[in-house]
Design a protein around this ligand. Structure first.
Ligand code: NAG
Ligand code: NAG
Ligand code: NAG
Length: 639
């Protein structure tokens, strides 16, 4: 019978490849979650830092239109492990709202947290967007909303400083400025200013605010010329600096990246004055430097000690209008603010030698590695200190990007119990099978699952098996009609983490229509009796069975082996299960060729399990004709 499985597999490969949603994951336990799949290449696993990936895929950079209809979750914060296996699907929290700068913060009041920006709401213009802090139980602990006189929460940065007392964000304003220093004393133009604010996370108070209009002339911009027509209203304001990242060192001074001046600014905490400029092309640079950069993103202090600062940033080296170098790179630069020298310590080129013309980030990891988000299609890489590329990955889907990508250790402990779905199948009373699916959205460190069955909803729980956790969702197949199921998450020491609710198995509405041969509908087994029977059988005929399913059954269950049709059915069920496992990996539609034999019913039963997985096809296809323009919708509202 095994040839059947092989035959099915060869047919399925062709079918699956054509599915338009084959780049999305799907789960029995969380059918509303369609997380993006990854294509991952590990070049050297040994030297990678421990941790998970934090990304926030979006289809379009501006807020999505609400559909007012049921829509599957795709856009928003997600955690994956180092192999691209889903750990947490977060869009449920904010219903597919566009999310940026999603990352872990290991020390907010001494505890791991998550943070991200939910940008302004197209449906409700009173909602200017929010900085969100979520605890390790995935409950919103704190939100930061911009005060009355501040524009929308800017999408670029939500930089929670260590300890979690304050956070920094970029701030954009539309305002009218004089063009006097352009030699046009009688003229004014509307501009979008770029700056930052530091918020007190306890009180939401703005502790400091800095505005480019006070310090950075339009003549520093690479985008607007002294001869350009001034903008007459706030709606057409020149986005002349485009602030896109900010950080603060222990001395309290700030570093700010302005993309359209190709410059990084050191800003004094005393009076907001510009202490120095590090400018890629400008004569304005205060440093002697032997390198250039442009259209940069994500400047951060790596260390800062007196007059020596090590900073990291992404040198995009180009934008939608053109490239200044042939490829983008992550740079570590040492600044000596006494000698006024700037030296490149490390340069990590984009592994595919490409250009990231929009967005992106570079993150220094605790073990000395560097994690780089190249943004488009979620392309990301991890680099050893010597520059070796240790890992590259991208979304299987070309429809999505993420503004930044991070890697970090994290502990997730959901307060909600694991989700379980169980179903019963069979063609006769002696071949009943219960298939259990379990997942626990956001839980880290789950090593495996114990499964229990109960004869009725409050009956005694009988351990019916164990499976190691290898994926977001774990499937487990057990002999017999198990009516009430509990799944228990266990850590690697075998300690219980949490149990699911007692969940009733689903059965076919009409047993005969799915191939059941018995005279009357099957009735549930008493798990304690079945367990005793198994123990008896297995002590009589030990080590006979082929445990090729290898799914971690720790109880030596063996069905009566003198029934040859049962044995055949089991063999087919096993090969189908293997086929199923492979298909889970690639995801998508199963078309089973039903064979007319006594085992057809089993096949059809399993076909139905899989068919249920074929949830509604993907609803929203973001237009991807052009690169999404980063500056779209970044403007303040007319003030
Ligand atoms: C907003 O209001 C606060 C408090 O009145 C003030 O300190 C701040 O400068 C204002 N900001 C802007 C951009 O008007
Ligand atoms: C600061 O830098 C100096 C010179 O490199 C070094 O001697 C000193 O130990 C550093 N201090 C700290 C706190 O890192
Ligand atoms: C389950 O995990 C444990 C611990 O890592 C391992 O010893 C065991 O072999 C695994 N079982 C299977 C069936 O993979």
């Amino acid at each position: 019978m095994l040839y059947l499985g092989a035959l099915l597999l060869s047919c399925l490969h062709g079918v699956v490849a054509e599915r338009h949603d084959a780049d999305l994951m799907s789960f029995v336990t969380l059918p509303e979650v369609r997380a993006l799949k990854w294509e991952v290449t590990h070049h050297d696993r040994e030297r990678q830092a421990p941790g998970y990936w934090f990304v926030a895929p979006y289809g379009q950079i501006s807020p999505e239109e609400a559909t007012k209809k049921y829509q599957q979750y795709q856009v928003g914060p997600y955690i994956y492990d180092n192999d691209g296996i889903l750990v947490w699907a977060g869009p449920i929290l904010f219903d597919n709202r566009n999310t940026f700068d999603f990352k872990a913060n290991l020390n907010i009041d001494g505890d791991p947290h998550l943070s991200f920006i939910v940008i302004w709401d197209r449906e409700n213009r009173d909602d200017k967007g929010t900085g969100v802090i979520v605890d390790k139980h995935f409950e919103v602990e704190h939100t930061v909303t911009p005060p009355e006189n501040m524009s929308d929460f800017n999408m670029h940065e939500f930089n929670i400083l260590d300890g979690g007392k304050t956070a920094m964000a970029c701030v954009y304003h539309s305002q009218e400025i004089s063009l006097a220093d352009q030699g046009r004393p009688d003229e004014t133009s509307w501009v979008v200013t770029g700056g930052f604010a530091e918020f007190d996370l306890e009180t939401n108070e703005v502790l400091a605010e800095w505005n480019s209009a006070d310090w950075v002339s339009v003549s520093e911009s690479k985008l607007f010329l002294a001869t350009d027509n001034p903008a007459r209203d706030s709606g057409s304001s020149w986005d002349y600096v485009h602030a896109n990242s900010v950080d603060k060192n222990e001395a309290g001074d700030y570093i700010l990246s302005l993309r359209y001046t190709n410059t990084l600014y050191g800003i004094s905490h005393d009076d907001g004055s510009i202490m120095w400029r590090l400018g890629g092309h400008g004569a304005l640079s205060d440093f002697a430097q032997d390198f250039t950069f442009s259209k940069q993103h994500d400047v951060k202090f790596v260390s800062s000690n007196g007059s020596t600062h090590v900073i990291s940033f992404l040198n995009n080296a180009g934008d939608e209008r053109g490239a200044d170098e042939t490829m983008s790179s992550a740079l570590y630069v040492e600044l000596d603010t006494e000698a006024m020298t700037a030296t490149v310590l490390k340069r990590f080129n984009r592994p595919d030698n490409g250009l990231t013309l929009l967005r992106g980030n570079a993150q220094s990891l605790p073990n000395g590695n560097t994690f780089v988000g190249w943004s488009e299609r979620g392309y990301q890489s991890e680099h050893a200190p010597n520059g070796d590329v240790l890992m590259t990955a991208q979304f299987a889907s070309s429809r999505y990007s993420t503004y930044r990508s991070y890697k970090s250790e994290f502990i997730g402990r959901p307060n909600t119990p694991p989700d379980v779905v169980a179903s019963v199948y069979g063609t006769s009373n002696i071949d009943m099978t219960t298939i259990i699916h379990v997942s626990w959205n956001g839980a880290t460190d789950v090593a495996g699952w114990n499964f229990y069955a109960q004869a009725y909803d409050r009956g005694g729980a009988v351990l019916i098996g164990h499976a190691n956790k290898t994926d977001f969702e774990t499937m487990y197949i057990v002999d017999g009609y198990m009516d009430w199921i509990v799944a228990e998450a266990v850590d690697k020491e075998g300690n219980s983490m949490m149990k699911s609710e007692v969940t009733r198995s689903e059965a076919p509405a009409n047993w005969h229509s799915v191939g059941f041969q018995g005279a009357t509908n099957p009735s549930p087994d008493d798990p304690s009796l079945l367990s005793a029977a198994y123990d008896k059988i297995s002590s009589g005929s030990s080590d006979e069975h082929d445990d090729s399913m290898g799914d971690g059954m720790d109880m030596d269950h063996e069905a009566p082996s003198d029934d040859s049709s049962y044995a055949n059915a089991k063999e087919v069920a096993q090969s189908v299960y293997k086929a199923y496992e492979v298909i889970r990996g690639i995801g998508g539609l199963l078309i089973f060729i039903l064979v007319s034999s006594s085992i057809g019913g089993v096949l059809y039963g399993i076909y139905r399990v899989v068919k249920r997985r074929k949830v509604r096809s993907y609803q929203h296809i973001a237009s991807d004709d052009d690169l999404p323009m980063e500056e779209m919708n970044l403007r303040s509202r007319a003030e």
